[in-house]
Write a protein that binds this ligand. Structure first.
Ligand SMILES: [Zn+2]
Length: 59
């Protein structure tokens, strides 16, 4: 029995996968294409407060 490994086809860019996941999550939660945009990552939110808190860690 032989198994053929074809390198180069099933290579995934890990950061791209994470980005896709974030996008999907945002879409599901309905916080995509909102009028307010995070100034750091560009993610769109429905409320300005959400956009401001997106990439900011508050105590
Ligand atoms: Zn952000």
């Amino acid at each position: 029995m032989t198994s053929v490994k074809d390198d180069g086809i099933l290579v995934r860019d890990e950061s791209f996968v994470k980005y896709e996941r974030l996008l999907t999550k945002a879409e599901v939660e309905g916080r995509i294409d909102g009028p307010n945009k995070c100034l750091v990552c560009g993610m769109r939110y429905l409320s300005k407060r959400e956009a401001e808190n997106c990439c900011r860690t508050l105590p």
